[in-house]
Design a protein around this ligand. Structure first.
Ligand SMILES: Cc1cc2nc3c(=O)[nH]c(=O)nc-3n(C[C@H](O)[C@H](O)[C@H](O)COP(=O)(O)OP(=O)(O)OC[C@H]3O[C@@H](n4cnc5c(N)ncnc54)[C@H](O)[C@@H]3O)c2cc1C
Length: 404
């Protein structure tokens, strides 16, 4: 959606296909990071974006055992927004779609599931999609696979990811917020449990981390077993765990970490989770996907506007620019998965914070390092693509079978 907005803003005829009828799916995190808000600022949209309901966190904390640890302090970042914004992903996507629709060369087709690629020789020249009105054929100078970790586009292109792996999955559910609860979003880690709590106003969005592949076993034990675990790690939920009536109230989110060795084929580029599925550690996946989109538009908007089909070397440049930041962040995520998450999940006794993390209490400036990594990443992308208000060259030729 972000790349759709940026390309349409640069005058490129752009069609975004989304397989669901709306963005209202409760999955995968709510964090909008300072780097993403900086891109909004560069687009002149930050003020409007911040009108949407959200919570702001300047100091990210985690309760480890009985110790409240200040983990990341965003207030000193060299950005317009010196905080994490917690906002449901559907509100953010709707916002981007609204902004993109201001440009005449943008189209968003909902309930359109891309299912295969159109090839001319070894070049991808478009996609076909299933829609409620029938099959849709889209011819395009460039096809982007931004369809997430189970990307159909990358599969159809014969691009196979290298599995890096994650030791955990996440159970995702809601519990109501009550007077006297903490105000801020928080992580709680203790005695074999990891629980992420996102304050969404009237309710907490909760992510309970379990060892990979153990969801069925837990479900077989019944919902009471999950309720007990939640109370153990977050005693203030004792008066409302009954809100979870059964596992129907709980979604299993499978965590994957992988990366494509090659992100492109002639006429096709994968970005975001389709190129590199991110672990939820640090909550950075949305922002990496946004940075990919900004870098892609910076490199490709002008060639797409000016001359249509673009060479493979330009696609390779996008991969080159975005691959090393992805490798570094995934490397850090995997290290945390191994050294912290696996160990906590395997433990039974009381958890105490590592001595190094305790230094964060005494030396506030240490909190700036995780804030910079989480908030900005390792390679910041600035919006360089231009804005054109008129329509672009008509580069796509769409036909809906049966309608001509
Ligand atoms: C449990 C969990 C928690 C997470 N928490 C966070 C967090 O707090 N913060 C954070 O930044 N990241 C988080 N992440 C990572 C984050 O969700 C992803 O990195 C990010 O969503 C990637 O964005 P994307 O646009 O590449 O893919 P996605 O967000 O997966 O979007 C892909 C889109 O493509 C659509 N689609 C799929 N197939 C097709 C098709 N064939 N045709 C048309 N449309 C299609 C999908 O419906 C979807 O809308 C979390 C991940 C997990 C697993």
């Amino acid at each position: 959606m972000m790349l759709g907005l940026l390309l349409a803003r640069a005058g490129v005829d752009t069609l975004v296909l989304e397989k669901h009828p709306d963005f209202f799916r409760d999955f995968r995190g709510d964090t909008i990071h300072p780097s993403t808000m900086e891109a909004m600022y560069e687009l002149g949209l930050l003020e409007e974006f911040l009108q949407l309901p959200h919570q702001e966190t300047r100091l990210l904390k985690a309760m480890v055992g009985d110790t409240l640890l200040p983990m990341a302090d965003f207030s000193e970042l060299p950005t317009q927004a010196k905080f994490l914004a917690f906002m449901p992903q559907w509100d953010f996507l709707d916002f981007l779609a609204r902004q993109a629709r201001r440009y005449p060369c943008f189209r968003l087709e909902m309930s359109a599931a891309a299912d295969s690629l159109i090839w001319e020789g070894d070049r991808v020249t478009g996609v076909t999609a299933n829609t409620p009105e029938g099959p849709l054929t889209v011819r395009a100078d460039l096809t982007i696979g931004a369809d997430g970790r189970s990307s159909a586009i990358r599969r159809e292109a014969g691009l196979a990811p290298q599995e890096i792996g994650a030791p955990m999955d996440v159970l995702w559910f809601r519990l109501s917020w009550k007077e006297g609860d903490p105000e801020e979003s928080l992580g709680r880690i203790d005695s074999g449990h990891i629980l992420a709590l996102i304050n969404r106003g009237p309710y907490w969005q909760c992510g309970y981390v379990i060892p990979k592949g153990t969801a069925e076993e837990l479900m077989a034990q019944g919902i009471e077993s999950l309720r007990q675990r939640i109370q153990e790690v977050s005693p203030f939920f004792a008066d409302r765990v009954e809100e979870l009536k059964s596992f129907d109230d709980v979604n299993l989110l499978t965590v994957a970490v992988d990366r494509l060795p090659l992100w492109h084929k002639p006429g096709l580029l994968c970005i975001g989770d389709a190129a590199h599925a991110m672990s939820p550690v640090g909550g950075v996946g949305i922002n990496l996907a946004i940075q990919d989109a900004v870098a892609t538009a910076n490199s490709l908007a002008e060639p797409l506007f000016g001359q249509g089909p673009i060479g493979n070397d330009l696609l390779a440049d996008v991969q080159k620019r975005r691959e090393w930041p992805t490798r570094i962040i995934q490397g850090i995520q995997v290290a945390i998965q191994k050294r912290v998450i696996s160990r906590v999940l395997a433990s039974t006794g009381k958890t105490a914070p590592h001595w190094f993390l305790r230094l964060f209490i005494r030396f506030p400036y240490l909190r700036r390092l995780p804030a910079a990594l989480i908030g900005l990443g390792v390679q910041r992308e600035h919006v360089l693509s231009v804005e054109r208000t008129g329509g672009g060259t008509d580069l796509t030729d769409q036909t809906r079978q049966g309608q001509g």
